[in-house]
Design a protein around this ligand. Structure first.
Ligand code: IFM
Length: 759
């Protein structure tokens, strides 16, 4: 074997704290691995399916904000034993052409995992540079081939995708056939075909694939150019053997043992969402990218990642395993959102899988957004602008349900209309109504909370004037109309679902009521602020919204009169009215448990118990609990934690956060690991198959910063009361406050905070 000439291109970090490595091949775990190792840059996400495909592979590229609806779905949907399916037509994130598909042949033998013997395989996601390296060896017909590949979705220019392949016949000489594809013949889950009119063709500088989504007719253009060089560096000739739906560049060449071939492929992608002429943009971007070359493109992307990591990194100095888990979360957080696109927001599974169809939930505002608020405010602003652009749909939803102001969709896509499926069919073929769109209204408080949090941390008055204030006023209006005056002379919010989705149409969910009350108060403050500081803008807005001062009186009255279910004698919040009277079931009797409690007990029975799905009062106490003493936090944690089934991925991370603040470090770490294992434990491993859980990852970051790092945000800025386990060493992170970095080094219970970039 000769030494390889391409070491530099394929080199990735050796630092274990920055690498996520998967050895070998486990078909059962593969769908989850594809999501965890996905390449994400906010514009697109590409699952890490093996390039040549396999029986268990589900390759998919998702373009942020490209949704479509197909009535075909109704016919195609089918339940599997462990999974309900959505049977009604709904908007879904479209599976776009697969840009990293390859076909490899040694003499006439296909080199894939089904036809050849896999001798070894290692896949490594370099979290620092955002590149995926794969090294594998295959033997077929007595011939061994060593392969290395690298893929990268550039963070520098989000429209640029890079793929490398090194092909080395170890012990044979003969003919190698390599095909580089952009596969346009793709479908969503269930064989749903969203792309129509797909065509391929050539242009000066490369090959082109154009297509469009069927219903919304969003044009999509991919341009590509690949080269194959031999060990001497000669550029080898290729044939264009494209089909009408798939670009195929084919090389057939003589190879000798030990002499590597190197494929370098660049793909660019634009859609009609980004530009009126996506074809011209894809071609032009390809020209520029080809001119720069793969090396420079990789360097530029690495520099863009480095810039983000310089602020976003969280160091756990003495524990490599925890370090890697933290960076895995941060990598996906950075990659889930595009700061340049105000019309898209991360779906529950980011851009890594089809579960939840790419729909946007409260996950964004409460779980993900704080990461951006404190490490990359432009992205936070963009995500809030998504809510601003979808305000008309939120107004329409409020009106349709008989309320005023704005009621955000429980699940939304690009338009903001509520796309929550009205029902699903479970494995038994039963139709289950989904009531979240009708009743899970707390999202209209969560959005307000996020607006305020962003404004407080950044001081971005321009955003507040342009968009934030209008949203806050509409949200306060909604809550004022949503509350009703009871016979007891107090205000109540009836028939809701709180964060705990195991209890439907409940009255006075503490989370919802307290958050609503908070919004009504912030509404009053923002009106006062506008009046005092920006009277002209206030005049415009008041006229536009036909605002009357009576509304302020009503907001005050409702906020003052809303019940909050807090009992000062016990220090407990009752999760909703009547909750304490429900049957108290000891969850321990079901352990070890592989199934969720709704499946074990059935909905009817479950709703009569105190078993809760996910953090609810505990969430409330984190978001608005600053004025309550420690004892109140502790009492509620002690009460609700044993009754929580954690049957939602949103639960464990906030239990970690709350436990850390109580200095229960073992428990906190256990919960934090539990949260990270939702995606990273491939042995349990199927839930990540439908995509990584972006809310969990945001929650992990928050647990590190607000829990272990002990950050409390007060009127004049953050203060820190850390609780760092001894075996973690130092916990180091950066927080941006009003545009200035605060560099925090925490150890045990002490924190050193450097401001103004000083280290
Ligand atoms: O938003 C969550 C909800 O709280 C629990 N079920 C899953 C949704 C999407 O992550």
């Amino acid at each position: 074997m000769t030494t390889h000439a391409h070491t530099d291109l394929f080199s990735i970090t050796n630092d274990e704290g920055w690498r996520l490595t998967v050895e070998g091949w486990d078909p059962k775990a593969e769908p989850a691995i594809e999501a965890v190792l996905a390449l994400v840059n906010g514009y697109q996400g590409t699952r890490a399916a093996v390039e040549e495909g396999s029986r268990v592979s589900t390759p998919a590229t998702f373009l942020n904000g490209v949704f479509d609806v197909s009535t075909e779905q109704v016919a195609q949907a089918a339940a599997t034993p462990d999974h309900v399916v959505i049977a009604a037509p709904t908007q879904e994130l479209v599976v776009a052409p697969d840009w990293s598909r390859l076909r490899l042949i040694a003499d006439s033998q296909p080199l894939d995992l089904e036809s050849a013997e896999l001798l070894s395989q290692r896949r490594t996601l370099d979290l620092h540079r955002g590149v995926l390296l794969r090294e594998w060896r295959l033997r077929v017909a007595g011939k061994t081939t060593r392969l290395r590949s690298l893929r990268c979705a550039s963070l520098d220019d989000r429209h640029v995708l890079i793929q490398l392949l090194e092909f080395t016949p170890e012990d044979w000489s003969g003919t190698a056939t390599i095909e580089a594809l952009v596969e346009g013949n793709v479908t969503n889950e269930g064989g749903v075909r969203h792309l129509v009119g797909t065509q391929t063709g050539a242009f000066e500088g490369g090959l082109l694939l154009t297509t469009a989504t069927s219903e919304k007719q969003i044009p999509i253009a991919y341009a590509t150019h690949a080269t194959l060089t031999n060990a001497e560096g000669d550029n080898l000739a290729w044939d264009d053997v494209s089909t009408p739906t798939t670009i195929i560049q084919r090389w057939q060449t003589a190879v000798s043992a030990g002499q590597p071939l190197l494929l370098q492929k660049i793909v660019t992608v634009w859609t009609g969402r980004d530009d009126a002429d996506p074809v011209a943009r894809a071609q032009e971007t390809l020209r520029q990218a080809t001119h720069l070359g793969v090396s420079r493109l990789l360097e530029r992307s690495a520099a863009a990642w480095a810039e983000r990591w310089a602020v976003a990194d969280v160091v756990i100095s003495a524990n490599q395993d925890l370090q890697r888990r933290a960076r895995f979360a941060i990598y996906h957080l950075i990659g889930c959102a595009n700061p340049d696109d105000e019309y898209a927001s991360p779906g529950a599974r980011s851009l890594t899988g089809e579960r939840y169809k790419g729909h946007v939930f409260w996950d964004t505002e409460i779980f993900v957004l704080p990461f951006f608020v404190y490490t990359h405010p432009p992205t936070a602003r963009t995500l809030l602008m998504y809510r601003y652009h979808t305000l008309p749909a939120a107004r329409a939803k409020a009106q349709a349900q008989g309320y005023q102001g704005a009621l955000y969709a429980w699940e939304s896509t690009d338009t903001g209309e509520d796309v929550t499926p009205p029902f699903v069919i479970n494995a038994a073929g039963e139709r289950l109504e989904i009531l979240t769109a009708q009743q899970e209204h707390h999202i209209s408080a969560d959005v307000a909370y996020a607006i305020w949090q962003y404004w407080h941390a950044t001081g971005d008055d321009a955003f507040m004037l342009r968009a934030g204030a209008e949203m806050l006023i509409e949200l306060a209006r909604f809550w004022a109309s949503r509350a009703t005056l009871g016979d007891d002379g107090r205000y109540h919010i009836l028939k809701v679902i709180g964060p705990d989705e195991f209890h439907e149409h409940v009255d006075d969910n503490a989370y919802t009521n307290r958050m609503a009350q908070w919004v009504l108060r912030r509404g009053q403050e923002i009106v006062a602020w506008l009046r005092e500081r920006h009277p002209q803008r206030w005049q415009e807005l008041a006229a536009q919204l036909a605002f009357s001062d009576d509304e302020l009186t009503r907001w005050r009255e409702v906020a003052d009169g809303l019940v909050d279910n807090f009992d000062p004698t016990t220090g407990l919040f009752e999760q909703h009215r009547g909750y304490f009277q429900l049957e108290d079931v000891d969850l321990r009797q079901f352990e070890p448990r592989k199934t969720s409690m709704d499946v074990l007990l059935g909905w009817e029975r479950l709703s009569k118990t105190q078993i809760i799905k996910q953090a609810d009062v505990i969430m409330l106490l984190f978001l608005l609990g600053d004025r309550y003493p420690r004892e109140v936090h502790a009492a509620n944690f002690r009460y609700y934690e044993p009754r929580t089934a954690h049957d939602s991925s949103l639960s464990a991370s906030f239990h970690a956060l709350a436990a850390a603040r109580m200095d229960e470090l073992e428990l906190a770490e256990r919960y934090w690991l539990k949260a990270s294992n939702i995606d990273l434990d491939f042995t349990r491993g199927v839930t990540a198959a439908g995509g990584i859980h972006i809310a969990t990852l945001g929650g992990m970051w928050q647990a590190l910063i607000f829990g272990f790092g002990g950050m409390f945000v007060e009127q004049d800025g953050p203060r820190f009361e850390p609780h760092v386990p001894e075996h973690w060493g130092e916990l180091r992170f950066t927080i941006l406050w009003r545009g200035q970095p605060m560099r925090v080094t925490a150890r045990g219970t002490s924190a050193d905070v450097q401001r103004d970039g000083a280290t």
